[in-house]
Design a protein around this ligand. Structure first.
Ligand SMILES: Nc1nc2c(c(=O)[nH]1)N[C@H]1C(S)=C(S)[C@@H](COP(=O)(O)O)O[C@H]1N2
Ligand SMILES: [Mo]
Length: 334
């Protein structure tokens, strides 16, 4: 558990412009419930008033209950939240297509129940478990994180989930475990992008972390957002969230977690090793070979209002994670 003290990663309230834009939990819950929107709220809030309730109505009860019973987790970025509609309609999920709206258009019928997750490799208690059994011992927390894609856009989202560290401990890593490898479902019948050779990706999508990165309290397993079960396009039913790394590390729709002795292969690194490294920490000082990483377009934005923000070292989580990379040349280990 993180200790509830103010961290540098909590944006000072002086940077919140305007104050009324910030949506606290009660606000967005009212908005999600389809009720009246409190006066004085911005267009951000209005974008929440759809009927997201319908989106998770079909989810299993145990999943909805767990998300409903979430408690506040730390740290909470005080940036104004990205509207629900942007967070769920501007996505990267190449299994459903390479366009930003492909996932929300084509993942609607994706089957997330029943769902099984295998945990194996360097653990004392390997096995394959239902999602319900995976979630059962973990009280869920809501954490508002900044999320920065390597393509230089970013969002601020209230994720619901729990620390990956707590999950890993349950399966008792051996002394040989140095890395954690993750794998997305492989099912071309459901995921049309997996039959298309357009993206050049070798499926299934795979990702990995060093064990100490995986055990950092910020690293989260996510099963919900905005107080609802995770929409399919955001990686239902179970995805990773590593807020100080570029978005592609946060692998979606996970079916396998393997503790390993050696650094595991990762999808974007396999595809373009000169452009995407294993570490992929958000770093305004290390540019992508084809574009600058010093700034980001915060959603919501438009051509006329790109909503530029300066990109922060480790996405603003320096205090929590810089010690993981002490003595490392971050230009070399990008
Ligand atoms: N399996 C899988 N996971 C994935 C991706 C993907 O294409 N497939 N895209 C990644 C990228 S590049 C980003 S930016 C985030 C996007 O998450 P979001 O759509 O919830 O914002 O998911 C990451 N996880
Ligand atoms: Mo991304």
């Amino acid at each position: 558990m993180l200790i509830k003290t103010r961290k540098a990663s909590d944006i000072p309230s002086s940077e919140i412009t305007p104050e009324s834009v910030y949506l606290n939990r009660r606000h967005f819950m009212a908005a999600l419930a389809g009720g009246a929107v409190a006066s004085g709220m911005s267009g951000n809030a209005l974008a929440l008033v759809g009927n997201p309730a319908a989106e998770d109505a079909g989810r299993p009860k145990w999943w909805r209950n767990a998300v409903e019973q979430r408690v506040d987790g730390m740290p909470n970025a005080k940036d104004s939240l990205t509207p629900y509609s942007d967070a769920t309609r501007y996505n990267n999920f190449y299994e459903f297509g390479t366009g930003k709206t492909d996932p929300s258009e084509y993942a609607g019928k994706f089957k997330t129940d029943p769902w099984q997750v295998t945990i194996d490799g360097e653990v004392g208690k390997p096995g394959t478990f239902t999602l319900e059994d995976i979630l059962k011992p973990h009280p869920l927390e809501e954490r508002i994180y900044r999320f920065r894609c390597v393509e230089a856009w970013s969002m601020v989202v209230p994720w619901v989930g729990f620390s990956l560290a707590d999950l890993i401990k349950r399966f008792e890593p051996t002394s040989k475990a140095k890395y954690v490898a993750f794998e997305t479902l492989y099912d071309p019948e459901q995921m049309p992008g997996q039959s298309s050779r357009f993206s050049g990706i070798k499926w299934p999508y795979v990702e990995g972390l060093r064990l100490d990165e995986a055990m950092n309290p910020l690293t989260m397993m996510v099963v919900g957002l905005y107080g609802r079960t995770l929409p399919n396009q955001n990686g239902a039913p179970l995805r990773l969230m590593v807020p100080w790394k570029y978005g592609f590390k946060s692998i979606k729709s996970i079916v396998k977690i393997t503790l390993t002795e050696k650094q595991p292969p990762t999808t974007w690194n396999l595809l373009a090793p000169g452009e995407y490294g294993f570490y992929s920490n958000v770093n305004p000082l290390v540019d992508h070979p084809r574009w600058s990483q010093s700034r980001e377009r915060r959603l919501p934005n438009s051509l006329f209002d790109p909503n530029w923000h300066d990109t922060q070292m480790f996405n603003g989580y320096e205090e929590e994670v810089a010690s993981l990379y002490k003595g490392m040349d971050l230009k070399k280990f990008y």
